[in-house]
Design a protein around this ligand. Structure first.
Ligand code: PLP
Length: 383
């Protein structure tokens, strides 16, 4: 057999920093003879609530349906019942089913969508950012162009021409959101320079007032250049179920040809779609009950984040974020790794050093926490 391993597969998908963090946690637990569960985990941005019964029932009912009549492959881009529920939301009422693509989440959407760009295309990434953007792009033959945040953690469109750009609002790790005016600047820039915006709206359900746009399509012109990616992971705690979708407006074109059919080809050649019961769970998540549940969870996480923020500020820390997403970005005096170690070794607290996102003088603190973790944090989080 003559087999050579793709060099991209030899690269670790996780940034070295995350492997280092995991190793430090393991060492600490071994030394103290404790388990990771006993630590105060403010590291990961993941659900801390159980699956609600109405979602479980939707999955069970769908599975029962499969015992009554055979339900096999469906449309690779998603089943019509879920696409209808998606298009029923206020922000997406002007979208046709063929412009909606159901996926296993944003990481999955993005890995499909970057396949649209040809070898050597330039893709912009704003820093600090969700590290998966970089790990995904590193496995392609695309060129990554980093755009670093200004002193006030904001971003402006670059002078350089790009083929694509990933924007995230509210952002992970800073939890800052783009205002309407700011997004308009990005859209005008993208329209003028023929650039496609891949808009990550994983945290949009945390925007509970009207101060910031809930969808990029609220901004005139967005349909010509922007693909919005959505997820049920953060809004409904679906990170273990895996469900998301993206909107691909037919107006997105290159040399006056709509790119929509190319996107459909790409998806159909890469996947046979998302499982029937999970798509049914998506319909339940978008029902009146599902949206009320999501709002309740988002409020709860934001509230806990705000309590934690006040506590940290009272203790003299400079902290940004926490308003539009449940993350805090705490400024550290020295390299954030040192603060991370101090908190872990002395207080049993897990955080994430900003290096993981491209900002070495910050710690990311997650507010996706239970009431108990919040109480323990308030008692122990002093540095
Ligand atoms: N986008 C951002 C900005 C995230 O922070 C995360 C997860 O932390 C994701 C996407 C992943 O979303 P999904 O679970 O839908 O793949």
């Amino acid at each position: 057999m003559n087999f050579t391993i793709n060099p991209a597969a030899k690269k670790t998908s996780k940034e070295m920093l995350f492997l280092w963090v995991e190793q430090q946690i393991q060492n600490h637990c071994a030394e103290k003879k404790i388990t990771k569960k006993e630590l105060i985990n403010l590291g990961i941005g993941d659900t801390s609530h159980v699956l609600p019964l109405f979602i479980k029932n939707a999955i069970v009912d769908a599975t029962n349906e499969m015992t009554q009549s055979p339900i096999g492959y469906g449309d690779e881009t998603g089943r019509l019942f879920l696409k209808d529920a998606i298009a029923n939301q206020k922000a997406y009422q002007s979208f046709q089913p063929e412009e909606i693509f159901v996926t296993e989440g944003i990481a999955n959407s993005l890995s499909h969508l970057i396949g649209l760009f040809g070898k050597g295309a330039k893709i912009g990434v704003l820093r600090p950012c969700y590290p998966v953007y970089i790990s995904l792009l590193k496995h392609t033959e695309l060129e990554i162009v980093f755009i670093d945040a200004d002193k006030d953690h904001s971003f402006s469109p670059p002078k350089e021409r790009l083929d694509g750009i990933i924007l995230c609002s509210p952002n992970n790790p800073t939890s800052l959101a783009f205002s309407k005016q700011c997004l308009k600047k990005w859209i005008d820039w993208a329209c003028n320079s023929n650039c496609i915006i891949l808009f990550d709206a994983a945290y949009n359900s945390f925007i509970l007032d009207n101060c910031y746009p809930n969808s990029i399509y609220e901004i005139p012109g967005a349909k010509k250049v922007a693909i919005e990616m959505k997820s049920f992971s953060k809004s409904h705690g679906f990170s273990g179920l895996r469900l998301g979708y993206f909107l691909f407006p037919k107006e997105i074109s290159y040399q006056n040809i709509s790119l929509l059919p190319f996107c459909k080809n790409l998806i159909a050649s890469k996947t046979n779609g998302v499982s029937f019961p999970i798509q049914k769970a998506g319909v339940a998540a978008l029902s009146k009950e599902g949206l009320a549940f999501s709002e309740k969870c988002c409020k709860l996480y934001l509230n806990r984040t705000q309590i934690l923020k006040k506590h940290l500020e009272k203790n003299g820390h400079t902290v940004i974020g926490g308003q539009c997403a449940p993350y805090l970005f705490l400024k550290t005096e020295t390299d954030a790794k040192h603060t991370f170690e101090k908190l872990l070794f002395e207080k049993n607290i897990i955080t994430i050093p900003g290096q993981g996102f491209g900002a070495k003088n910050f710690l990311r603190i997650s507010g996706f926490i239970s009431e108990n973790t919040l109480k323990r944090s308030l008692k122990h989080f002093f540095i």
